[in-house]
Design a protein around this ligand. Structure first.
Ligand code: ZN
Ligand code: ZN
Length: 710
């Protein structure tokens, strides 16, 4: 029932129509139309269609094109021109099959009637020997016709390999006629040549054509040649047709192309044509070009008549021609591109376009799923940190979401990598580093449903921590007697040191009698080879208080408010005129504080007395005293610290004094003299003497009274 698939019917039938059997095609068409209209006849119609399809399937399309006359076909060292079965072994040897029916597996069948060579899981490593033909010697499959067209249809079943030969497939029409190779079937062929093209289709005078239908064909040269070479005569046509399936052609060395189209002996005129249809994919790679043509005319890229197309990758540069529906996922890898050409379209169908390192142009003409594998737009950078610090690595990516990240670490310079648990974001921050991590490498593996990519590996440099101590922060006790100095590492604030501190006091400002003094406490710390100091001043020296001597502070000279200047010796002294001695008075005030002497309230010239230390001893000179009237006088010693006062008496001359002697009681005479002095009149002395007597008697009575009270 495979033949009922609409995709397969048209080429088969159309080829007949094109071949001139229009009426035959018309009959079937009529059958289809009428069959569809008449539901009642549907059953018989289907039966007939099946029979027809079955016949067509059994009779290969090429059956109508029998092998051209004079054509010879070789497989390995076997001439298969007459048809039959051959088997292949694991060594690629081709052996004529002598058994009954069809070999179980790994066989080659040539049907001369249809000119079809079937490869069924065949492996061929044998070359056509020299003695069969000099022209196609070295070919694993060689087709030669020296008198006309050289033609062959190869049908692939399973996976087939041709290798270790000079030429994998060689179809040659050296003299006249065209060269045509058709590879069909759902199988796979891997054709690897040595120093010749993997597949070579050559007409020296006419057209050369390679057609691949549905098959997956890979052709390459392991020596010095093209993957595929299609040669034709000058001014003839070279054509490559891939209708469904795929062709991958790879040239070797620097001089060769994936697919070469050659005209004449090398270059010439003629039309090179590449036709892709039915979602075919052609990949051609070679140093001399993916697809190289030596015609003066450019390569014509065409699509199928039903406008189905295909994709051609010319050294990675992909172009979509016509309308293409993917038959498998299409990956656009690193260095590759895909452009959806004018008037073309791409439907991903049940597959997807995966952009994995390549570029996509005209994506708006794509129907279906396009995924972008992760790309890294910003690579991580190597990091240098100080031990204890952390390092952060970041990768910036693009690609179809969701993207996943996995950072990996290598501790052996990138030889092996292990996942870092939990490091699954675009950014990874290490734990606190240690010097043992110096030289570790990191990279990130980024994944999504379209693929994965690994970032650049970057390294971590961990420098040993070096403390950098600045100036300390000082902390004092309130009394200034102790202090601490705290050093903090500028490279890591958690590093602190508080070395021992020595505090030395010094008097900054001494205390005075009334004001407290100040102590300067100097804290000193030795650290890291340096000496640091800090000073705190505390007013902690108590005032000394005054130290009074003789009523005055010997420190600050302040007068003692409690001091009373007084005559402590010589108070109420008496001096008799005529006496040669002076009259002395002693003040308790200090000699240094002495200012002046006053007698009877008047300042006394310094020439009239002497003064000396002890504390202050003032002696009125006799010459001065002589000038004073007899009687009572007052004397004051004025000092800084106060005035000491007393009275004194000047008595008359000795002669008169003798008269007074009986009454010479000290107290009585004082009062006598006082009254006398106050008179200030010497002429009154007799009267005064009388008065003294009277007063003395009174005073004596008073004195007696005082004593009795004691
Ligand atoms: Zn530190
Ligand atoms: Zn003082």
């Amino acid at each position: 029932m495979q033949a009922m698939r609409p995709r397969r019917l048209p080429p088969c039938l159309l080829s007949r129509a094109e071949g001139g059997t229009h009426s035959f095609y018309g009959i079937i068409k009529e059958w289809i139309i009428h069959g569809a209209r008449r539901a009642a006849m549907k059953r018989s119609f289907l039966s007939l269609l099946c029979v027809l399809a079955l016949c067509l399937g059994l009779l290969p399309a090429t059956a109508l094109a029998a092998a051209p006359g004079g054509q010879m076909i070789y497989v390995g060292n076997e001439n298969v021109t007459r048809g039959g079965y051959w088997t292949t072994d694991n060594d690629g040897n081709v052996t004529a099959y002598t058994g009954e029916g069809t070999p179980a597996d790994n066989f080659i069948h040539y049907d001369a009637g249809s000119n079809t060579l079937t490869l069924h899981n065949a492996t061929i490593k044998e070359e056509t020997p020299y003695d069969t033909s000099t022209l196609i010697v070295g070919a694993a499959i060689g087709v030669l016709n020296q008198n006309g067209n050289a033609e062959l249809t190869i049908t692939l079943e399973g996976t087939n390999t041709i290798k270790d030969v000079s030429t994998a497939i060689y179809v040659l029409a050296p003299s006249t006629g065209s060269a045509n190779l058709t590879i069909t079937g759902d199988g796979i062929l891997n054709a690897i040549s040595g120093s010749n093209p993997g597949i070579r289709v050559q007409s020296n005078t006419s057209n050369g054509a390679l057609a691949i239908t549905d098959a997956k064909v890979t052709a390459s040269s392991s020596g010095y040649s093209d993957g595929v070479r299609i040669q034709c005569g000058d001014s003839s046509n070279a054509s490559l047709t891939v209708n469904g399936g795929s062709l991958t052609a790879t040239g070797s060395d620097t001089l060769f192309a994936g697919i070469t189209m050659q005209f004449g002996s090398s270059s010439g005129s003629g039309t090179p044509t590449v036709t892709v249809s039915d979602n075919a994919i052609v990949r051609a790679n070679g140093s001399a070009g993916g697809i190289a043509s030596y015609s003066s005319s450019p390569i014509q890229y065409e699509t199928g008549s039903d406008s189905t197309g295909g994709i051609v990758f010319d050294n990675g540069t992909g172009t979509v021609y016509g309308n293409v529906t993917l038959q498998e996922d299409l990956e656009i890898g690193e260095g590759e591109s895909l452009t959806i050409g004018k008037g073309a379209s791409l439907n991903t169908g049940s597959h997807e376009v995966i952009v994995d390192g390549g570029t996509l142009t005209g994506g708006d003409k794509i129907t279906g799923t396009v995924k972008y594998a992760p790309t890294i737009t910003t690579q991580p950078t190597s990091q240098t940190v100080t031990e204890g610090g952390t390092a952060t690595f970041t990768v910036v990516t693009s690609g179809t979401e969701p993207l996943s990240y996995q950072w990996q670490q290598s501790t052996d310079s990138g030889q092996s990598w292990t996942d870092i648990v939990g490091a699954t974001d675009a950014t990874y921050t290490t734990e606190a580093t240690t010097t043992s991590m110096n030289g570790y490498q990191y990279h990130c593996v980024v994944r999504n449903s379209a693929g994965s990519i690994t970032s650049d590996a970057v390294s971590l440099t961990v420098k040993e921590h070096v403390h950098t101590w600045g100036n300390p922060v000082w902390s004092w006790t309130e009394d200034g007697k102790s202090a601490t100095a705290t050093f903090t590492c500028e490279n890591d604030a958690t590093h602190k040191e508080t070395p021992e501190v020595t505090v030395t006091p010094a008097v900054k400002k001494p205390a005075t009698c009334t004001e407290t003094g100040v102590t300067a406490y100097t804290a000193t710390v030795e650290f890291n080879g340096q000496t640091y100091t800090d000073t705190k001043e505390v007013a902690d020296i108590p005032a000394t208080g005054h130290r009074y001597e003789n009523g005055k502070c010997i420190v600050c000279s302040e007068v003692d408010p409690a001091f009373t200047a007084m005559i402590i010796e010589g108070a109420n002294g008496k001096w008799q005129k005529g006496s040669e001695d002076g009259l002395s008075f002693t003040s308790n005030a200090a000699f240094d504080d002495f200012q002046k002497v006053q007698v009877d309230g008047k300042d006394l010239d310094a020439s009239k007395y002497t003064v000396k230390e002890g504390s202050t001893i003032v002696t009125l000179k006799p010459s001065y005293l002589e000038t004073l009237p007899a009687g009572k006088h007052t004397l004051a010693i004025v000092s800084d610290t106060g005035t000491a006062e007393t009275g004194f008496t000047v008595a008359a001359a000795e002669k008169q004094a003798a008269d007074d002697k009986p009454a010479n009681d000290k107290a009585a005479s004082d009062s006598d003299k006082e009254s006398l002095a106050k008179t200030g009149d010497d002429s009154m002395l007799p009267i005064a003497a009388l008065s003294i007597l009277a007063v003395t008697s009174i005073a004596t009575g008073v004195f007696a009274l005082r004593r009795s009270r004691i």
